[in-house]
Design a protein. Sequence first.
Length: 83
Amino acid sequence: FNGACAACHGLNAISGGVVPDLRYLTPEKHKQFAGILYGARIPKGMPSFNGVFTLEQIESIRQYLIKRSHDLAEEQASRSAQR
């Protein structure tokens, strides 16, 4: 992720707010993930990674984002518990 996606979506998937924070992907976007990386969002400024990543690599990136989403939820729960 950090080598190919972080320049736009933030180091460790923590967006700076200009582009979507991928830790908040909806189930619908997870279903569309491979298509998005293969060029479905070119008109909205997302580059195509067709020919760059295999489907297995794309799934690894998607799984990483799921983990980062869980990490975020745990951090938020911890902060709430400390209040």
